[in-house]
Design a protein around this ligand. Structure first.
Ligand code: GLP
Length: 254
């Protein structure tokens, strides 16, 4: 994995948008694996700006999102479908029918997970998977557990994740208890992975993911086994890596 240091959130977002736009320019019908959460918002903003300037064309791009809360409709303002429409899809020339987010309202959630894996397969796999990271090292909604789950599956969210995501809801009671998430196998089959991390709350998880043992107890640690991972992290998120490894530069090949 290659780690790029960014000065701050803005710098991280701009660097990330640069890599995503390179993918879009090099392969105009690429399959982008997209992520939600506060971390990628700035990168999406930058992509919108470049699209508005006429520098980016999403008309043939296909996308698959990582996850969705179980029980929320796409119109719910905290659903990840709503997030994607609001932060990116409604503002660029991507065709909505080419965008995929698991359905949080599917009657049979297990069947929806199998359908979603089929969608990823039919698209021919993911060219570039964008990831954030949870404070406990989760990616998508793959929470710390005993095994790496391969396919898309239903998860029970940890209290820590629900508490941390409660800031977007009016109270923690409104945060769904379950979600549908792409599995570790789906994420690992992406040709390229781009993980973003910002803020001191991510410093421990980022250190463990990059330098600790590969374990489902820290889901992002599995990325050490992928041969094309780029991490862009701001100084606050890099604090523990800097401290424990003594690295002072801008790029680290691990
Ligand atoms: C959620 C999402 C993840 C995201 C994580 C971190 O749980 N399912 O994809 O990476 O939150 O969120 P944030 O970027 O807001 O810190």
């Amino acid at each position: 994995m290659r780690i790029y240091a960014a000065k701050d959130y803005k710098d991280m977002s701009r660097k990330a948008a640069n890599l995503i736009s390179a993918q879009v320019i090099m392969k105009p019908d690429a399959v982008l694996g997209l992520a939600t959460g506060s971390t990628p918002v700035g990168a999406y903003e930058q992509l919108r700006e470049w699209h508005d300037k006429g520098d980016l064309d999403f008309s043939a791009i296909r996308s698959v999102n990582l996850d969705e809360y179980k029980g929320l409709s796409g119109e719910h303002d905290q659903s990840y479908r709503y997030f994607m429409n609001h932060n990116l899809f409604d503002h660029v020339n991507i065709k909505k029918e080419n965008t995929n987010v698991p359905s949080g309202l599917a009657q049979d959630a297990e069947a929806e997970c199998r359908r979603y894996d089929g969608v990823i397969r039919e698209l021919g796999g993911i060219d570039l998977q964008l990831l954030g990271i949870g404070g406990n090292g989760h990616i998508g909604f793959n929470e710390p557990c005993d095994v790496f789950e391969k396919g898309t599956h239903v998860v029970t969210l940890t209290e820590e994740t629900r508490r941390s995501n409660a800031r977007f809801f009016s109270s923690i009671d409104e945060v769904p208890t379950h979600a549908l998430t792409m599995g570790i196998g789906g994420i690992m089959s992406a040709k390229k992975v781009l993980l973003l991390a910002s803020g001191e709350a991510k410093a421990q998880a980022l250190y463990d993911s990059c330098f600790g043992p590969v374990t489902p107890g820290v889901p992002a640690s599995v990325l050490q086994l992928h041969n094309d991972v780029v991490i862009i992290a701001d100084e606050a998120a890099l604090a523990m890596i800097r401290q424990k490894t003594g690295w002072e530069g801008e790029v680290y090949d691990n």
